[in-house]
Each structure stands twice: as C-alpha cells, then as structure tokens.
Design a protein around this ligand. Sequence first.
Ligand code: ZN
Length: 152
Amino acid sequence: MMGGTSGLSDLDEMYEAIILDHYRSPRNSAPLDDPDVDLEVNNPFCGDEFHIQLKVSQGSVSQVGINGRGCAISQASASLLAELVEGKSYADVKAAVDSVRRLLKGEEVTEEEQDILGDIEALGGVRKFPVRIKCALLSWVGLDDALTDHLN
Ligand code: ZN
C-alpha cells in the first residue's frame, strides 16, 4: 500500500502538487442543465464514481460538467479532463484521450502532444502504481465512449 494521507507520497513533488490542486479544487464540476451527453462511469475496484456531462455544438465540446467522488487520482484526472476538453473539437478530444492512454501505458508521447496535455502529464506519474491506472483512465475512457455513442 502507498503511504501518506493522499496516497501520493511517492509521486514526483511537482506532479503531486498538480494532482492535489485539481483534487481539492475540481474544474468544471457544476452540473449542466440539459446536457447533450450524460453518463456515469465507475471503477468498482476503488469506488470511484463520476457523472460526466457535455454540451456539444458544431463538432466541439462547448461545455463540460464532471462531478463525483473517488480517490485523489481519479478526481484529479477528471478535473484535468474537464479543463482540457472544454472548447475542443471532437477530433482534438479523441486525440487527447489517445495521448493520455499512451502516457499511462508508458508508451511514447510526442513533444507536440505533451504541449497539448500540459499539466495532464502529471498523471504519467501514476504509472508507478499500476493499480491506480484504472483510476486515472476512468473519466477519459468514459468520455471517449460517450463521444463515440453521440457521434453514432
Ligand atoms: Zn481510484
């Protein structure tokens, strides 16, 4: 088991600071009225549960609302996602989800992708804790599925 109250004490300090900031002050966490996309995701291994809502218009995500509960990693990840995808086109969102998947698998992420991800790179530190990768990916996989459903 990981030590410390946050369970993050073995993370790089800078990464830990980013994750704790998003955990304590989640971005775009207000529920949306009349969302176009509305889904629940959960990770039963950890008890993480999130409600993801999107408003979409003209091929872009115009508004995001993500709220829920879970471990620090899952909550920070959901907040980082909420911050990144607002205003992005579907194609950019899909590309970002793909980058995050590779980041968490330890696969190559180009410099250009790193620029787009910004603080999300902090999630890469989670690779040290394989059991937490599901927590970090939960909202991203959910968003990907939701957008795919919406487009079909
Ligand atoms: Zn978790």
